[in-house]
Write a protein that binds this ligand. Structure first.
Ligand code: SF4
Length: 291
C-alpha cells in the first residue's frame, strides 16, 4: 500500500498520489498519461493532474493496480475491483496487456496472446491471484515465451499454477531458469507454430529473442521500443548489457520480417500504418544509430 506520509512533493493536490517507492518504470505514465508525469529532478513519477473524468479515473486506478512497487495510492478508500478486472486489457486483435507489473523485472510489460491453438504469455507479470484467475477464465496459458533473462519474474509460479511450457534462449538461462521446459539454441529464426516465430536478437543480452505473432505483432523485449521524445523507434547503449554491435546487427535482421506492431518490455508500444511504414521506421532507426 502506498503511504500518504511518503507522498512525493510534486503531486497535484487531490486524492491520487505517488509515494517515494516509485522506481520510474513508466507503467503509470503509459497507462494514464493525462494523470501521471515524470519529475526529471527526482527521476520518479508524480500525479501531474488529478483525474477529472471517469475514463481518467479508471486508467489511474489501472495504473495503481499495475504499479510494481505499490507506489500509487489514494487518500480516500476506493474500490479497485473494476480496475483489477480490467486486466488483461485488450490492445488489438487478440493481443492483451497484462498489467500487474513485477518489480523483479523493473516493471516490464507482459502480454497475453489468445489463440485457438493455446494462449501465449509473453514475459512474466506479477503472479497475483486475481490475474491468475483472469488468465484461467481467458483459456489459461499453454506457452510462456520469455524474451530474455531480465523479464522472467514469477515464471515458476505461472508454470506451477497454469502448467505452461516456458521458452527461453539457452544463452540467457541462469540458476533461476535452469528448469525451463524448452530452451532454444542458435541465432536462426525458429518456427514455434504457423503463427509464431522466435527470432534470436542477441545484443541487449546474449539470449534475447523477439516473438513474431501472426506476421503482425513483434514482441521485442528490451531489444527495440518506441521513444515518444525522439518520435521514432529506439534502442539504447545505456541499457545494453552484452553487445551493442550485436544489437545493431540484430535490429538490421528485423528488416527481413513483416510486422506492423512493436510491443516492448520497456518503452512504448508502436503501431505503424502498415508493414511498409514499420520497415521505413526501422531503417530510420538504423540510420540514426549508424550515423
Ligand atoms: S508505475 Fe509505480 S513505479 Fe512505475 S513509474 Fe509509476 S509510480 Fe513509479
Amino acid at each position: 500500500m502506498a503511504r500518504a506520509e511518503n507522498r512525493l512533493p510534486h503531486n497535484a493536490d487531490g486524492d491520487f498520489f505517488v509515494d517515494d517507492r516509485c522506481i520510474d518504470c513508466d507503467t503509470c505514465r503509459s497507462l494514464a498519461p493525462a494523470v501521471f508525469g515524470r519529475a526529471a529532478d527526482f527521476e520518479q513519477s508524480f500525479v501531474k493532474h488529478q483525474p477529472d473524468s471517469e475514463d481518467q479515473r479508471q486508467h489511474a486506478l489501472m495504473a495503481l493496480v499495475a504499479c510494481p512497487t505499490a507506489a500509487i495510492g489514494t487518500l480516500s478508500k476506493i474500490d479497485v475491483r473494476p480496475a483489477i478486472a480490467a486486466f488483461p486489457t485488450r490492445i488489438a486483435d487478440e493481443v492483451y496487456y497484462c498489467g500487474f507489473a513485477s518489480e523483479a523485472s523493473f516493471g516490464a510489460a507482459s502480454y497475453l496472446i489468445r489463440r485457438p491453438e493455446g494462449n501465449v504469455l509473453v514475459d512474466s507479470p506479477r503472479a497475483s491471484k486475481p490475474l491468475l484467475e483472469r488468465l484461467r477464465a481467458l483459456g489459461g496459458v499453454r506457452t510462456m515465451f520469455l524474451t530474455h533473462r531480465d523479464d522472467v519474474a514469477d515464471h515458476a509460479v505461472f508454470r506451477r499454477e497454469l502448467g505452461c511450457e516456458r521458452i527461453l534462449h539457452r544463452a540467457d538461462i541462469s540458476a533461476s531458469t535452469a528448469d525451463v521446459e524448452r530452451p532454444l539454441d542458435g541465432d536462426q529464426d525458429i518456427s514455434l507454430a504457423d503463427d509464431l516465430v522466435a527470432i534470436p536478437v542477441p545484443g541487449h543480452t546474449p539470449g534475447s529473442m523477439a516473438l513474431l505473432f501472426d506476421r503482425k505483432f513483434l514482441f521485442s523485449g528490451d531489444h527495440l521500443w518506441w521513444s515518444p521524445g525522439r518520435g521514432r523507434l529506439h534502442a539504447s547503449r545505456c541499457v545494453n548489457w552484452f553487445s551493442w554491435e550485436g544489437q545493431v546487427r540484430s535490429l538490421r535482421r528485423l528488416l527481413d520480417h513483416r510486422f506492423s506492431w512493436v510491443l516492448p518490455g520497456h518503452g512504448r508500444r508502436f503501431a505503424a500504418a502498415s508493414p511498409e511504414v514499420m520497415h521505413e521506421e526501422l531503417a530510420r532507426l538504423l540510420a540514426a544509430l549508424e550515423s
